[in-house]
Ligand binder design. Structure first.
Ligand code: T46
Length: 145
Protein backbone atom coordinates (compact mmCIF):
# COMPACT_ATOMS: atom_id res chain seq x y z
CA UNK A 1 0.00 0.00 0.00
CA UNK A 2 1.63 3.30 0.97
CA UNK A 3 5.40 3.59 1.16
CA UNK A 4 7.49 6.28 2.79
CA UNK A 5 8.62 8.98 0.41
CA UNK A 6 12.12 7.54 0.14
CA UNK A 7 13.58 10.52 -1.68
CA UNK A 8 12.65 12.83 1.16
CA UNK A 9 14.96 12.84 4.16
CA UNK A 10 13.81 13.08 7.77
CA UNK A 11 11.06 15.49 8.65
CA UNK A 12 10.58 16.53 5.00
CA UNK A 13 8.72 13.23 4.42
CA UNK A 14 5.98 14.00 6.94
CA UNK A 15 2.57 14.67 5.45
CA UNK A 16 2.95 12.82 2.17
CA UNK A 17 3.49 9.31 0.84
CA UNK A 18 4.19 7.71 -2.50
CA UNK A 19 1.74 4.92 -3.25
CA UNK A 20 2.06 2.14 -5.81
CA UNK A 21 -1.27 1.37 -7.40
CA UNK A 22 -2.27 -2.17 -8.22
CA UNK A 23 -1.86 -2.93 -11.89
CA UNK A 24 -3.21 -5.78 -13.97
CA UNK A 25 -1.45 -6.26 -17.28
CA UNK A 26 -2.33 -8.76 -19.96
CA UNK A 27 -2.35 -8.92 -23.73
CA UNK A 28 -5.03 -6.20 -23.86
CA UNK A 29 -2.92 -3.64 -21.96
CA UNK A 30 -2.94 -2.52 -18.34
CA UNK A 31 -5.58 -1.69 -15.78
CA UNK A 32 -4.70 0.17 -12.56
CA UNK A 33 -6.92 0.33 -9.47
CA UNK A 34 -7.53 2.96 -6.79
CA UNK A 35 -9.81 1.52 -4.14
CA UNK A 36 -11.08 3.18 -0.99
CA UNK A 37 -9.47 1.61 2.07
CA UNK A 38 -6.53 0.28 0.05
CA UNK A 39 -4.78 2.85 -2.12
CA UNK A 40 -6.69 5.75 -0.55
CA UNK A 41 -7.40 5.95 3.16
CA UNK A 42 -9.95 8.77 2.89
CA UNK A 43 -13.48 8.98 1.48
CA UNK A 44 -13.34 10.32 -2.09
CA UNK A 45 -15.79 13.22 -2.42
CA UNK A 46 -14.32 14.90 -5.49
CA UNK A 47 -12.28 14.11 -8.59
CA UNK A 48 -10.61 16.70 -10.79
CA UNK A 49 -7.86 16.73 -13.38
CA UNK A 50 -5.60 19.21 -15.10
CA UNK A 51 -4.49 18.91 -18.72
CA UNK A 52 -3.37 21.08 -21.63
CA UNK A 53 -0.37 22.53 -19.77
CA UNK A 54 1.45 25.23 -21.68
CA UNK A 55 5.21 25.73 -21.67
CA UNK A 56 6.32 27.02 -18.28
CA UNK A 57 2.97 26.33 -16.59
CA UNK A 58 3.06 26.50 -12.80
CA UNK A 59 0.21 25.46 -10.50
CA UNK A 60 -0.35 25.03 -6.79
CA UNK A 61 1.44 27.57 -4.57
CA UNK A 62 -0.83 26.81 -1.66
CA UNK A 63 -1.49 24.39 1.19
CA UNK A 64 -4.76 22.95 2.47
CA UNK A 65 -5.93 23.08 6.06
CA UNK A 66 -7.93 19.83 6.07
CA UNK A 67 -7.89 18.27 2.62
CA UNK A 68 -6.42 14.84 1.84
CA UNK A 69 -5.59 14.11 -1.79
CA UNK A 70 -4.08 11.45 -4.02
CA UNK A 71 -2.35 12.80 -7.14
CA UNK A 72 -1.52 10.63 -10.17
CA UNK A 73 0.19 11.52 -13.44
CA UNK A 74 -2.30 9.65 -15.61
CA UNK A 75 -0.30 10.63 -18.68
CA UNK A 76 2.96 12.49 -19.16
CA UNK A 77 4.84 13.94 -16.23
CA UNK A 78 5.25 16.89 -13.88
CA UNK A 79 7.16 17.87 -10.77
CA UNK A 80 5.64 18.65 -7.41
CA UNK A 81 7.68 20.41 -4.74
CA UNK A 82 6.54 19.91 -1.17
CA UNK A 83 7.20 21.87 1.98
CA UNK A 84 5.78 20.90 5.38
CA UNK A 85 7.48 23.76 7.19
CA UNK A 86 10.27 21.50 8.46
CA UNK A 87 11.76 20.34 5.19
CA UNK A 88 11.33 20.36 1.44
CA UNK A 89 11.54 17.77 -1.30
CA UNK A 90 10.60 17.34 -4.93
CA UNK A 91 8.91 14.40 -6.65
CA UNK A 92 8.59 13.83 -10.37
CA UNK A 93 5.39 11.95 -11.13
CA UNK A 94 5.62 10.15 -14.45
CA UNK A 95 3.81 6.82 -14.09
CA UNK A 96 0.06 6.14 -14.07
CA UNK A 97 0.59 3.51 -11.38
CA UNK A 98 2.23 5.80 -8.85
CA UNK A 99 0.16 8.02 -6.60
CA UNK A 100 1.27 10.79 -4.29
CA UNK A 101 -0.80 11.14 -1.14
CA UNK A 102 -0.82 14.69 0.29
CA UNK A 103 -2.22 15.36 3.74
CA UNK A 104 -3.20 18.66 5.33
CA UNK A 105 -0.70 21.48 5.83
CA UNK A 106 1.76 20.64 3.07
CA UNK A 107 2.69 23.49 0.76
CA UNK A 108 2.83 22.37 -2.90
CA UNK A 109 4.23 23.92 -6.07
CA UNK A 110 3.79 22.15 -9.39
CA UNK A 111 5.88 22.76 -12.52
CA UNK A 112 7.70 21.12 -15.42
CA UNK A 113 4.50 19.74 -16.92
CA UNK A 114 4.95 17.83 -20.13
CA UNK A 115 2.60 19.08 -22.85
CA UNK A 116 0.66 15.79 -22.80
CA UNK A 117 0.37 15.60 -19.00
CA UNK A 118 -2.87 14.74 -17.27
CA UNK A 119 -2.74 15.34 -13.52
CA UNK A 120 -5.58 13.35 -11.93
CA UNK A 121 -6.57 14.08 -8.32
CA UNK A 122 -8.84 12.33 -5.82
CA UNK A 123 -9.87 14.59 -2.94
CA UNK A 124 -11.44 13.94 0.45
CA UNK A 125 -13.75 17.00 0.38
CA UNK A 126 -15.81 19.01 -2.04
CA UNK A 127 -14.26 22.25 -3.25
CA UNK A 128 -13.94 24.82 -0.46
CA UNK A 129 -11.99 28.00 -1.07
CA UNK A 130 -11.74 28.57 2.71
CA UNK A 131 -9.57 25.46 3.01
CA UNK A 132 -6.76 27.03 0.95
CA UNK A 133 -3.76 28.87 2.42
CA UNK A 134 -2.22 30.86 -0.41
CA UNK A 135 0.19 33.01 1.55
CA UNK A 136 3.42 31.19 2.44
CA UNK A 137 4.15 33.27 5.54
CA UNK A 138 0.58 32.69 6.69
CA UNK A 139 1.10 28.96 6.14
CA UNK A 140 4.17 28.98 8.41
CA UNK A 141 2.27 30.97 11.04
CA UNK A 142 -0.61 28.46 11.03
CA UNK A 143 1.88 25.61 11.40
CA UNK A 144 3.36 27.29 14.46
CA UNK A 145 -0.17 27.46 15.85
C1 T46 B 1 -4.32 21.24 -5.37
C2 T46 B 1 -3.58 21.15 -6.65
C3 T46 B 1 -2.81 19.89 -6.80
C4 T46 B 1 -13.01 24.54 -8.74
O1 T46 B 1 -13.97 25.27 -8.97
N1 T46 B 1 -13.22 23.29 -8.19
C5 T46 B 1 -12.19 22.45 -7.92
O2 T46 B 1 -12.45 21.33 -7.43
C6 T46 B 1 -10.87 22.87 -8.18
C7 T46 B 1 -9.71 21.96 -7.84
C8 T46 B 1 -10.66 24.10 -8.72
N2 T46 B 1 -11.71 24.90 -9.01
C9 T46 B 1 -11.47 26.20 -9.64
C10 T46 B 1 -10.84 27.24 -8.73
C11 T46 B 1 -10.01 28.07 -9.69
O3 T46 B 1 -10.81 29.11 -10.21
O4 T46 B 1 -10.54 26.00 -10.71
C12 T46 B 1 -9.67 27.10 -10.83
C13 T46 B 1 -8.22 26.63 -10.81
O5 T46 B 1 -7.93 26.07 -9.51
P1 T46 B 1 -6.52 26.27 -8.79
O6 T46 B 1 -5.92 27.55 -9.18
O7 T46 B 1 -6.73 26.02 -7.34
O8 T46 B 1 -5.66 25.07 -9.44
P2 T46 B 1 -4.25 24.51 -8.98
O9 T46 B 1 -3.81 23.60 -10.05
O10 T46 B 1 -3.31 25.59 -8.58
O11 T46 B 1 -4.54 23.64 -7.67
C14 T46 B 1 -5.29 22.44 -7.77
C15 T46 B 1 -6.24 22.34 -6.59
O12 T46 B 1 -7.04 23.52 -6.48
C16 T46 B 1 -5.50 22.13 -5.28
O13 T46 B 1 -6.41 21.67 -4.31
O14 T46 B 1 -3.88 20.70 -4.37
O15 T46 B 1 -4.43 21.32 -7.80
Amino acid sequence: MTAPAAECPGAAADGHRLTDLRRFTDARGSLAVIESGREVGFPVRRVYYMYGAGAGSARGAHAHRKLHQLIVAMQGSFEISLDNGRGRCVHRLDEPTRGLYLGPMVWRDMAEFSADSICFVLASERYDDADYIRDYEGFLQELRG
